[in-house]
Design a protein. Sequence first.
Length: 416
Amino acid sequence: MATLGVIADDLTGATDVAIALTASGHRTTVVLDSRDPGGADPVAAAAEGADAVVVALKSRTTPADAAVAASLDALDRLRSAGCERFYLKYCSTFDSTPDGNIGPVAEAVLDALGEDVTVVAPAFPANGRTVYRGHLFVGDDPLDESPMRHHPLTPMTDSSLPRLLAPQVSGGGDAIALVPWPVVARGAEAVRDAIARAGAQGARFVVVDALTDADLRTLADATRDLRLLTGGSALAQGLTGPHGTGRLPLTPPRGPRVVLSGSASRATQGQVRHALAHGGGHHLLPSDLRRDFGATVSLAVERALEGGASPFVVYATAAPEHVVDTADAPLIEEALAEIAARLVAAGARALLVAGGETSGAVVRRLGVASLALGPEIDPGVAWTLGHSDGEDVQLMLKSGNFGREDLFVRAWEGDK
């Protein structure tokens, strides 16, 4: 029976944290945020055979009140399923706006649990996300000097986590404290004492520096008694579970090697360009979809099925000038989801999907209710196993910023 419940603000974030939990010894199931009216809750079913259940929401960029409502509903379902400890998972680049959604959701869940304090820990050192003196870095650059400054939905123009969080929570800056790295370097007891002092002084959100995975293990040890943690996925690596790794030994089956990319992130643009240099591709244009949605989708499917042994990429962006107007994003997501459904109907049994919103659209269109974790290919990126119309389908659901440049090619090497 699951005792750890995780609420993730998008699907790729959900699989990301599930990868970390599985590696740390938790049998983990990702549940999509869907229920049949009057039917059994899939969260309860997943909890029966797991140590941790991750509920994948689509709340990162929804209005704050909607994100809070969805998160509280997920919390209620996890509590009803027997979970006793909880984890809010958000992006390691702290994707948010002055209105939220990280702060409002964390505050609402903290209040619902009747707890006084939690930690804020987005660091993911393996992917270059570190926190020092409360400032979030992406590689060598402060967050506001990284490509995230130009994100089309959540442009990040400040690297200070306390300053980013202050307008999102009640009490503003008075509700936020910092545990700097010199304290973290002294070990778990020093961090535990610092969090306790911050809470006694009225802080509810404690930002904790982390430069390495060892720092995050220290933090995990220091917060064993907190009922709620918040952070990126890397903190979950320190939450030791009752088992060894529970990953399935998945190998991509033979058949079409198709990548569906709706992400506009710089990392994904580089991955698309690399894959195009090694195989074929089809640029999905909003103007074509508006002119004739069905014919445009059919052409992409036809070309993908003819792709051969090299990865074939159906993509919305491969260069900065391809970044679509944000108003076109739902149209792109709908098209890529329909392409996925037609590919699976035609016999494709493995798809790589780039982008959190795109991944969510694809799994909903495929009717996938839950995902089991397979091998990790890059930090935070793994093959998963779901079911669509009774058929096994392997899915790699990749956050836009994750993965090395050659990921779209290298991901399929297991089926050789």
